[in-house]
Design a protein around this ligand. Structure first.
Ligand code: SF4
Length: 246
């Protein structure tokens, strides 16, 4: 959990004036109101379990995670496998309440095998910290597990081929809230062609579990368009409210 005293620093890192926080219509959660995710299995860059760490997610589920990860690691179901350095499975707590879904690995993600790294990853970490969540307390994955060449948008056929892996991750994780970051992830998950500006600011229900789903801007876009950070902050507050709902 984030030190509440550092919160304003994180907000400043996001480019959000502190007065936005103080004049927010919705009261901010107190630090002691935040319920941390259980310390279950965690994917590291290589997604290897911490030696000696208890598997509170249960052995059966841990095996399923492991099998799924190995299946993805060796997947050749679409042509994207030809250009990848490695697959980018996902990272974070396997008992997380919040699942963050992005688009596809970029160059650095492809090199490091982890989603949302580099400058966009740092901004995402700051965004999470602003709602009292550490990166390790959430789960982060992408629609695609392999990098599209030249960072082009994922094609529909690639998404259709790869998303059963993401769906299995969702089934195993059973998150309480999903945050879709960026147009590609939002449009695919919602099967919509509406612009992201019309998708954000609302709460959707996803899948058979009717999991609350919030859409917001991708951190890479926020780095290019910092004026949108205040809207992103509103989205994050929605996520926090949903996580607090019984
Ligand atoms: S993008 Fe997905 S379906 Fe295509 S090769 Fe990679 S893991 Fe397999």
């Amino acid at each position: 959990m984030t030190n509440p005293g550092m919160r304003e620093q994180y907000l400043e890192a996001m480019g959000i004036p502190v007065w936005v926080l103080r004049e927010a219509a919705v009261p901010e959660p107190a630090a002691d109101e935040v319920q941390p995710a259980d310390a279950g299995g965690t994917d590291s860059q290589e997604a290897a379990p911490t030696p000696g760490a208890p598997d509170t997610a249960g052995n059966g589920r841990a095996v399923e995670w492991s099998d799924l990860q190995e299946t993805v690691r060796t997947c050749t179901r679409c042509a994207l496998h030809e250009g990848r350095t490695q697959t980018v499975f996902g990272v974070g707590s396997r008992t997380a309440d919040l699942l963050i879904i992005g688009e596809a690995p970029g160059a650095e993600e492809d090199r490091r095998g982890e989603p949302f790294v580099g400058r966009a990853g740092k901004l995402l970490n700051a965004m999470l910290a602003a709602i009292h969540l550490a990166r390790e307390e959430v789960y982060i994955a992408n629609i695609l597990k392999c990098r599209p060449p030249n960072n082009r948008d994922p094609r529909t056929d690639e998404q259709a081929t790869c998303t059963p892996y993401l769906q299995r991750q969702i089934d195993l994780l059973q998150p309480r809230v999903i945050l879709a970051l960026g147009r590609v992830a939002a449009q695919w998950l919602l099967q919509s062609d509406a612009p992201i500006g019309r998708l954000r600011g609302r709460t959707f229900e996803y899948g058979s579990q009717s999991t609350p789903l919030v859409v917001s801007y991708h951190p890479a876009y926020l780095l290019r368009s910092p004026l949108q950070k205040s809207r992103s902050w509103e989205d994050l507050k929605s996520v926090k409210r949903l996580l607090k709902d019984p």
